[in-house]
Design a binder for this molecule. Structure first.
Ligand SMILES: NC(=O)c1ccc[n+]([C@@H]2O[C@H](COP(=O)([O-])OP(=O)(O)OC[C@H]3O[C@@H](n4cnc5c(N)ncnc54)[C@H](O)[C@@H]3O)[C@@H](O)[C@H]2O)c1
Length: 257
């Protein structure tokens, strides 16, 4: 037999920046990467949240630094890039997990609400890509966090759905343009318990019962259950995967009854 060696699923040699990395899914990914041996800068707008997450990253033995950002401000993202390159020596992986939502009906939503959501969720992803790529080395991986709302209609989420549809289209567009040096993929989570929805999806609520009932795996997800998908897409084991959307939804989107 010819010699055979496959690339393991690991981020132990990676340097990652996680935008929106101080809460929910982004924080789980940041801590997961750190626990797997990566160096990680996790950033968002609030200094106290950045500090708390950086401490948790250090507790997992990883290098990090403390820097805030606002994805509506391109200069702040450039600052993150420069700080991360200075501290970690370069950037291999970027995760865009910032979130914004508004609950307005299609015929009711006003410019202010629409613009707020799309500015963070869609334009924010573009700004993250534009700011980070100049700091990324060959073999880079960008992971944009999308949502099932990109392909399933969900009531009162027109701006969010449009933004996430845009994120997936932008993921494919940038995958083509940035190849072969940077791979670009998205993760589309289903219903994941995080601070922004803990009340809505609380056990005992009608909403929770509906989701559990309709999901083939019979339950909502814990945020840690999204981490494996991110580790895979960040790792060299995914060296031939780009422009893809990896759905992590317990089977929800593809089940009829
Ligand atoms: N929780 C779910 O069920 C679910 C499902 C599908 C997709 N998502 C997506 O996952 C991502 C993370 O969501 P989450 O549930 O973990 O939410 P979360 O609110 O816990 O985390 C969002 C993070 O984004 C940061 N953020 C918000 N606005 C920002 C800005 N302008 N600049 C920089 N950072 C900003 C917040 O500070 C926070 O750290 C989002 O893109 C969300 O749309 C979540």
């Amino acid at each position: 037999m010819d010699s055979y060696e496959h690339t393991p699923v690991t981020v132990s040699d990676k340097r990652a920046v996680v935008i929106g990395g101080t809460s929910g899914i982004g924080q789980a990914i940041a801590l997961g990467f750190a626990a797997e041996g990566a160096d990680v800068v996790a950033t968002s707008r609030r200094e106290s949240a950045v500090d708390e997450t950086a401490t948790a990253i250090e507790e997992r033995g990883a290098n990090t630094t403390r820097v805030t950002c606002d994805v509506t401000d391109a200069a702040s993202l450039e600052d993150v890039r420069e700080t991360a390159v200075e501290t970690l020596g370069g950037i291999d992986v970027v995760v865009a997990s910032q979130g914004a939502i508004s609950r307005d009906e299609v015929l009711e939503i006003e410019d202010e609400s629409w613009d707020f959501v799309t500015d963070v969720a869609l334009d924010g992803v573009r700004r993250v890509t534009q700011a980070m790529v100049p700091g990324m080395d060959e073999n880079g991986s960008i992971i944009n966090i999308s949502s099932l709302a990109a392909r399933l209609s969900m009531s009162n989420l027109p701006a969010y759905s449009a933004a996430k549809g845009g994120v997936e289209a932008f993921t494919r567009a940038s995958a083509k343009e940035l190849a072969p040096s940077v791979r670009v993929n998205a993760i589309a989570p289903g219903f994941v318990i995080t601070p922004q929805n803990a009340e809505t999806y609380a056990e005992g609520t009608e909403k929770r019962a509906k989701i559990d009932d309709r999901t083939p795996l019979g339950r909502v997800a814990e945020r840690e259950e999204v981490v494996g998908a991110a580790v895979y897409l960040a790792s060299d084991a995914a060296s031939y995967v780009t422009g893809e959307v990896l759905t992590v939804d317990g089977g929800f989107a593809d089940s009829a009854f």
